[in-house]
Structures are given as C-alpha cells and as structure tokens.
Design a protein around this ligand. Structure first.
Ligand code: P53
Length: 476
C-alpha cells in the first residue's frame, strides 16, 4: 500500500500562453500576455501599449507547443504522466472576448490536443483563465473593473464546458486569483484582471472590485458547469505562500494573521460562498463602497468549488510594521527575509515544511480535497560536457516537497488528489518572461533573446520523476 491514493493524479502543469506560441495562428486574438516584453532577474517585464514593432515579446513564439504538441505529448506519455494541466487560451476561442460566437479553429485545436492526451491515457486538467485574457477587453472595457466581464467570461466557460464535456473532468476557473493582493505592483493586477492603472486610480479599491466580479463569474461558471456535466470537478486556484510571523512576539503573530486574511480571503469566497467578517469590516473602514449586489451574494453561494487547487513555491515572513491595531498588509513593502530558510537565485524562499503547513491551513478551514497544481524550482541549467543536464538541485527540491506531502497524508490525514509540478517542460517564465528561469524535466533549446533550435531533450529529473510516478511516490 502506498501513501498516496491508487488513482493519484501525477502530472505536469503549464499555461497556454507560456508554451503554445502561435500567437496569431488560426484566428487567435491578442492576449494580455502578448503585450508583455521580456524582463530579467530583478528587471520587471514592461506592459506596452499594444504590440510594438521591434520589442521582444517572448510569448509570441514561446516554445511552439502549438506546432509541436503531438511530439511533446508523446514525451509526456513516456514520462508517465497521468494528467496534464494546461489552460485554454481565451483568445483562441473568443479572439477579442466580446464576440457572440466562438472561433471554431481554436476550439478544434483543443479537441485535437485533448484527443492526443487521452490516446495515451493522460487526463487533461484545465484552467479557464491563466494570465491570458483578451487584450481587447482591457482597452475597450478596462478589464475586470467592468461588470460586463462576468458575462464575457461565463460565455467562454460555458462554450468550453459544453464542447469538452466528455474529454475533461477536472477544471479550475481563475489561476492564482489572489496574486493581485499585491496591487502595488503592476504585474499581478494586469495578468490576473487586465487592470492597467492610471495615476490617481485607487488601486486597492479597483482590485477588490475586479476580484469580486471574478468570484461572481467563477460561481456562475461552476453552477453552469455542474449542470452541463454533474461529474465535473471544478476547483479554484490559489497562489499559496503562507505568511509566517518573524518572531513569537504577539504583534508579529497578529501581523501575520492579518496578512494571511488579506492574501487568502479569496479562498473563503470560493469555498464558503461568502465574504469573511474581517473583509466586510475592512471594506467598511476603507469606505470602498464596492458594487456587491444581493444577487451577487446569492450567486456566490450557488457556485462553491469542489476542490482547492493551489500552487506552492515558497513561504513569506512578515513582522509588525507599526500600523497599530489595523495591522494592514502591504505585500509589496512589508515582507522580510526568513533567516531559517535558503532562497533560489530569484529570491524565492525554499521551504518544504511550509507546504505541509499550507495543506493543514486549507484543511482546517475548508475540509475540501486538495490538488497541488504547481510546485517547482526555477533555476539556471547548464549542459555539461557529456551533453546532459544533471539537475540534482531540482530533484532535491521536488523530493523534499513530495516528502512533506507524504507527511501531510500520513500524520494529518489530508485528502490529496494529485501533484502537477510546474513547467515540467521548459517554458517562458510568467514573472520575468525569461527562458533562463527553467523548471523543466524536459529541456527546450531556447534562450532569453529567442535564439535556439527549440529541440527537446531529457534532463536527469525526467528519469527521476518517471520512477516517482511508476512507484506512486514510494521511490524518491
Ligand atoms: P515564474 C508569483 C508568485 C507565485 C507564483 O512563476 C507565480 C507568480 C507570478 O510570477 O506564478 C505562478 O514563471 C503561475 C505560473 C508561473 C509560475 O508560478 O515567474 O501560475 O504561470 O509561471 C512560476 O517563475
């Protein structure tokens, strides 16, 4: 008897915009990812005003999965994947986002891709909105600050649910919906919600309004999805970076508690169908006067999630920052370094125990099945003289995180559905647009400037993860 369930969903995770490329193929429209330039470690990506000649937009070609998916899926089958998490590029189905009728060529692509996966017994796990909404919805409507977005998203979701109802069982609505809790920086509000701020905007209020519309849209989509196929399992997707108190001082503890509330209330709405009391009080105190109707509140209760999908890469730490009893959280400025853990080259704190803590945190509150839909180690890989990539640092990271998952099952009785490491085939980094920040078991020959053959090859971690799946996690 192994620790993980018999039908444990071992897989790999990606997102359409980070690997497909083919940004104008078969009628695809421009997405928010298509107007983001390449950045670097510590250099943020720029969001340009439309697509500008001469700029480097890494997502336009990405790793050309659009052209090579058949060979790639064959490799995924060799790796032994039971499931493949990807997203449906909204702009392939509704190129501008506000059309009445979907684009058939886009729908056909995902039929072909899912058939190819199913041929090898690989189950598709699908995110509907993963940082790639139509750019037209930003320029024309202001993104998710606009209530009209609910109908556009729900139409997109309904088309996908109906079309793929016999091919896809596991779904998620909005990827890492809570990243935008960091509203001070430009990246997450734009990628999550198509929010491009102007001087004088009340960023925080706009972010809460956008998130509310997304949560209503998610609930509506879930209700419709269950009516289309009652066997669908539809989850949320939360970016879980647990926030620790810097010390055992009571005020650090309280600071961390409030920080967790501000970063994770999204999960309360997804799982319980209502806003927690602390957020209601916060909205009142800030006098946000958000557009939250009685109908919205009813809708939220009718579309709660079946499971919690979450990403886990790192933990955060915060100490009392002197804001008095409000302990208000400002993610862009309030975090401090944790002296007990090491960090990756990109400053992401490596903390396997934090994964077990996070699983308990979710389980204590919601008692829903958990699905770890992203985890992984972004690192610079070097090809050694023998022509191979010996990525033992990646294997170590993943092994320690899988061990933490096992502890959470053995000691804490957590109901864990599956584990899909992020970017198991090298792809364009979301945060920096780099190719150099690699997560893969499969190497892709391409650099930050866009040069390379795009050839695929296996790293040591490929053979390691193959064994892990084969033994259901017994051989790490
Ligand atoms: P990259 C921030 C914090 C945690 C997860 O990220 C994040 C981000 C945004 O950068 O994003 C998720 O590529 C996201 C993926 C992304 C992956 O983590 O910046 O769902 O799209 O690629 C890794 O290293």
């Amino acid at each position: 008897m192994s620790i993980f369930k018999e039908n444990f969903l071992w897989g790999g995770a990606v997102a359409a915009h980070q690997l497909e490329g083919g940004w104008r193929e078969d009628g695809k429209g421009v997405s928010v990812a298509d107007v983001m330039t390449v950045g670097a470690n510590g250099v943020p990506r720029r969001i340009t005003n439309g697509v500008i000649e001469g700029e480097n937009y890494p997502n336009h070609e990405a790793i050309d999965f659009y052209g090579r998916y058949k060979d790639d899926v064959k490799l995924f089958a060799e790796l032994g994947l039971k499931c493949f998490r990807t997203s449906i590029a909204w702009t392939r189905i509704f190129p501008k986002g506000d059309e009445k009728e979907p684009n058939e060529a886009g729908l056909q692509f995902y039929d072909d891709l899912f058939d190819e996966c199913l041929k090898y017994g690989i189950e598709p796990v699908i995110t509907l909105s993963h940082f790639e909404m139509p750019y037209h919805l930003v320029t024309e409507y202001g993104g998710w600050r606009n209530r009209k977005m609910i109908d556009f998203f729900v139409r997109f979701a309904e088309v996908c649910f109906s079309r793929y109802k016999d091919k896809v069982k596991y779904w998620m609505t909005f990827n890492e919906i809570n990243n935008q809790a960091n509203y001070q920086e430009d990246f997450s509000p734009f990628t999550n919600s198509g929010l491009a701020f102007e001087a004088g905007d009340d960023r925080e209020k706009i972010m809460y309004q956008a998130a509310h519309y997304e949560l209503v849209a998610s609930a509506k989509a879930i209700e419709i999805g269950h009516a289309i196929n009652h066997e669908f399992e539809i989850g949320c997707m939360i970016a879980m970076c647990p926030i620790y108190p810097y010390s055992c001082s009571p005020s650090d503890m309280m600071t961390a508690t409030v920080a967790m509330q501000r970063r994770y209330w999204f999960a309360d709405v997804h799982c319980k169908g209502r806003y927690p009391s602390h957020m209601q009080k916060y909205f009142e105190r800030k006098q946000f006067n958000l557009d939250i109707t009685v109908e919205d509140e009813e809708q939220l209760t009718k579309g709660t999630v079946d499971y919690i999908g979450f990403s886990y890469y790192m933990s955060f730490t915060v100490k009392d920052h002197g804001k008095g009893p409000a302990y208000d959280y400002d993610e862009a400025n309030d975090l401090v370094k944790n002296p007990y853990v090491k960090a990756s080259d990109w400053g992401w704190q490596i903390d396997p125990t934090g994964l077990r803590y996070a699983m308990n945190w979710f389980n204590d509150r919601y008692e829903l099945p958990l699905f770890i839909v992203e985890n992984g180690f972004g690192a610079i890989d070097e090809i050694t003289e023998d022509g191979e990539i010996h990525d033992e640092y990646r294997i170590d990271y993943l092994r320690e995180h899988i061990e933490a998952m096992q502890e959470a099952v053995i000691y804490d009785g957590i109901d864990l559905m599956g584990y899909t490491p992020w970017g198991f085939i090298d792809l364009v980094s979301a945060g920096t647009g780099e190719m150099k920040k690699r997560y893969g078991f499969i190497y892709v020959d391409k650099d930050n400037e866009g040069n390379g053959t795009l050839d695929r090859s296996k790293k040591d971690s490929f053979h390691w993860f193959q064994k892990v799946i084969e033994t259901n996690g017994e051989k790490l």
